[in-house]
Design a protein around this ligand. Structure first.
Ligand code: BMA
Length: 385
């Protein structure tokens, strides 16, 4: 049998049986996606055979005790390597402000995105967009979604906001002049009740309409072609809850969820152990469901946000996080930002260790595991080629 015929039969087999064998063609929802974006998506699927990428929000911008020091990273301070994936947030790009909601200048985010791409790492962007009805922050869960859909009184405002998002995302270029592929995660934690797009303030129908409108506007009207779209929930219990607001296979490339560990400050060893057990059960349940959803829908699965604020458990990285995720196929796990101590909050807010932090030695062990991937590992994979 010639090669052509084998190929044809394999495709026909896939088509008829709908097995995972046929799920090998990983097509983005944007048919006009740039070559680098398509390559990244395809390579991220392959990379899951090697391991799980480690990610950190705002990693290059600041750490617990410093801001904007060229080349610095709390993660790198501890293990001598950068994360493989870097998260950024574009909250306040809607107003074309100079700084994002956490005061990071957009000009700096643009530089960091470029640096990450140049060194072969991956960028992901979320959008804590203000409430478009009240102009208060994203956590103002006053009903707003209906008003920004077509026909609504704030639709013009919303499209102007999307114009600003498009301009920024299109401005992200590598040193090679190519558009930097971005894993884009808007309207995240959709089943939570804290954001204006969350389940308390937005109906299922409106959420799906908002998602589809946003994709069409950015992709088809503004011609933004460097995005890989991430569908994202918070902790959930079953497939029904996970899929409730899923916009459909033509509207998402990645399926993901967020799930944090919580314990009251100053918890003793047994309280920490209890909180770890609860976290592990929740996340494993989520990952099991995510795995079947990703396989069925042929999407890339990932654990988009997690962490244990101030990491009070010294073995957290290998004993809790890695034990929870190690048996699952996921593209990456990302921990949130190292804001450090602020007077305003009167407490510390960080999720990755820094030099001397109680879990720093254990993080080194986590780094050394074969299947945890950091920047040096992924650079070798040439993810954009
Ligand atoms: C939250 C906190 C906030 C921050 C927001 C967006 O989880 O870290 O302080 O404003 O993410 O980065």
């Amino acid at each position: 049998m010639n090669v052509k015929k084998i190929g044809f039969l394999a495709k026909a087999f896939c088509y008829v049986t709908l097995t995972t064998a046929c799920a090998q063609q990983h097509k983005l929802i944007d048919k006009k996606a740039t070559t680098e974006t398509k390559n990244l998506y395809k390579n991220l699927f392959k990379l899951m055979d090697k391991g799980i990428m480690f990610g950190h929000q705002d990693d290059l911008a600041y750490g617990t005790t410093w801001k904007y020091e060229e080349g610095r990273s709390d993660v790198k301070d501890v293990v001598g390597d950068y994360p493989a994936i870097f998260g950024w947030d574009i909250g306040h790009i809607e107003y074309k402000k100079a700084n994002n909601l956490d005061t990071v200048p957009f000009a700096k985010i643009r530089e960091y995105v470029k640096k990450v791409y140049d060194m072969g790492g991956v960028n992901t962007i979320s959008w804590h967009v203000d409430n478009p009805a009240t102009l208060q922050h994203a956590w103002d869960n006053t009903e707003a979604t209906t008003s920004i859909l077509p026909g609504g009184k704030n639709n013009a405002r919303y499209t102007e906001w999307l114009d600003n998002v498009a301009t920024f995302l299109k401005s992200l270029k590598g040193s090679d002049g190519k558009a930097v592929p971005i894993l884009f995660r808007p309207y995240h934690e959709l089943n939570g009740d804290w954001f204006w797009w969350g389940k308390k303030s937005t109906t299922v129908k409106d959420y799906v309409a908002l998602w589809k409108f946003t994709v069409h506007y950015l992709r088809d009207k503004k011609n933004v072609h460097n995005l890989i779209y991430i569908y994202n929930t918070n902790t959930f219990s079953d497939t029904k809850e996970y899929m409730e607001r899923y916009p459909g296979d033509d509207y998402a490339d990645v399926v993901s969820f967020d799930n944090y560990q919580f314990a009251k400050l100053g918890s003793d060893q047994s309280e920490l152990a209890l909180s770890s057990a609860k976290y592990m059960a929740q996340v494993k349940n989520g990952l099991r469901i995510l795995d079947s959803v990703a396989t069925k829908h042929n999407k890339l699965p990932t654990f988009a946000e997690t962490g244990f604020e101030v990491i009070p458990a010294k073995d957290w990285w290998t004993q809790t996080l890695w034990d929870t995720i190690k048996d699952f196929k996921i593209s990456y796990v990302l921990v949130w930002r190292n804001n450090g101590y602020t007077e305003a909050d009167k407490q510390s807010h960080y999720y990755a260790p820094y030099t001397g932090q109680v879990s720093a030695d254990n993080f080194k062990d986590f780094y050394k595991l074969d299947r945890t991937l950091f920047e040096k590992d992924v650079a070798k994979q040439h993810l954009y080629k």
